[in-house]
Design a protein around this ligand. Sequence first.
Ligand SMILES: NC(=O)c1ccc[n+]([C@@H]2O[C@H](COP(=O)([O-])OP(=O)(O)OC[C@H]3O[C@@H](n4cnc5c(N)ncnc54)[C@H](OP(=O)(O)O)[C@@H]3O)[C@@H](O)[C@H]2O)c1
Ligand SMILES: *[C@@H]1O[C@H](CO)[C@@H](O)[C@H](O)[C@H]1NC(C)=O
Ligand SMILES: *[C@@H]1O[C@H](CO)[C@@H](O)[C@H](O)[C@H]1NC(C)=O
Ligand SMILES: *[C@@H]1O[C@H](CO)[C@@H](O)[C@H](O)[C@H]1NC(C)=O
Length: 323
Amino acid sequence: MLLLLCAFLSISAAYGAVVTPTYKMNDGYEIPAIALGTWLGNNSKPGVNEVENAVIWALDAGYKHVDTAWIYRVEDQVGRGLKKANRDNVFVTTKLWNDKHARSSVIPALKESLQNLQLEYVDLYLIHWPVGQFFNNSYDSTDYLDTWRGMMDAKQAGLTKSIGLSNFNQKMIDRILENELEKPAALQVELNLNLQQPALLDYCRRHSIVVMGYTPFGSLFHNKAKADAPPPRVDDPEMVEMANRYNKTVPQIALRYLVEIGVIPLPKSLTKSRIEQNIDIFDFSLTEADKKQLRGYDKNYRTIAQHKWLNHPYYPFEIPAKI
Ligand SMILES: NC(=O)c1ccc[n+]([C@@H]2O[C@H](COP(=O)([O-])OP(=O)(O)OC[C@H]3O[C@@H](n4cnc5c(N)ncnc54)[C@H](OP(=O)(O)O)[C@@H]3O)[C@@H](O)[C@H]2O)c1
Ligand SMILES: *[C@@H]1O[C@H](CO)[C@@H](O)[C@H](O)[C@H]1NC(C)=O
Ligand SMILES: *[C@@H]1O[C@H](CO)[C@@H](O)[C@H](O)[C@H]1NC(C)=O
Ligand SMILES: *[C@@H]1O[C@H](CO)[C@@H](O)[C@H](O)[C@H]1NC(C)=O
């Protein structure tokens, strides 16, 4: 229902910046329908100002939302990039890392993120993973209900407007709801052509929980796709033909599809032209026939499975038959 409330505007402002629609969350706040992702990958050491520049280019292109996390080690750069914006006009999401799952650790962790970001509050704070793990690598089996109570404390303290979850499965969310704790406003999970998660989307729709889709390009690009990843790649003839019909690129088609199934895509790019391209997806709609073809690429194929946490009691995903 909330998804129907959103107005899909397609107005381009005179100076070229795209005006993005928003969704209303179950706590009354609005969340912009696309965000710039800021994760540099597993082992990349952040450069001095590459993310800062990306944020500045994104703001110029019309992005109103930046997705980051304490563990990405770029909150400081995001904060510097955001200096150019009016704070009230941007939406900032960040995340609690796995070593801060004790209820009493949540507020101090968010305060550290706020200091990095040079902000008084964030718009959305997420538990990054249900899996607790101390920095010495031993597991922390703190019940995520306690972590969630810490998130509620942080909201109560005015350090974040909204609170939500990332990488939680349906049963875990159910457990939060059953315990009559505050309802999560948003869920961030992997969502792309190869992992469309229709049942989880339906669950979130029924519970008015907004869904943010990470790794929105999945295995589209040859340099990122593993050998066993299902199609399509960016040069897939059917995808190229479809994109040409809309005068759009294949990456834009992949992002637009997420928008049409009610998901907030979080495309990451450090490249100015791509940052601009990735938000230029609000002036067209996919036909039913094209959406049907795109739905066909769903193979329940996960790119971020974190198998290293398989034996944690709160590992959230289906356990694979063989690894
Ligand atoms: N909650 C979680 O656990 C979690 C997990 C993973 C990701 N995330 C969030 O989701 C964001 C996005 O996911 P991701 O970073 O894994 O992957 P992604 O956004 O699907 O892909 C990023 C890659 O695509 C390239 N790219 C972007 N736009 C392109 C375009 N138009 N044409 C060609 N190449 C393009 C980027 O290259 P360049 O940068 O070189 O341009 C980069 O290599 C993250 O940055 C993070 O904010 C959250
Ligand atoms: C991150 O590392 C995991 C294995 O630890 C690997 O499967 C995955 O492809 C890597 N992701 C990136 C973006 O490098
Ligand atoms: C790891 O760190 C936690 C929290 O500081 C501590 O309780 C635990 O004993 C440590 N484990 C090991 C194996 O050092
Ligand atoms: C096609 O898209 C390009 C890039 O967005 C734009 O410059 C061009 O005017 C478009 N052409 C048509 C026919 O709409």
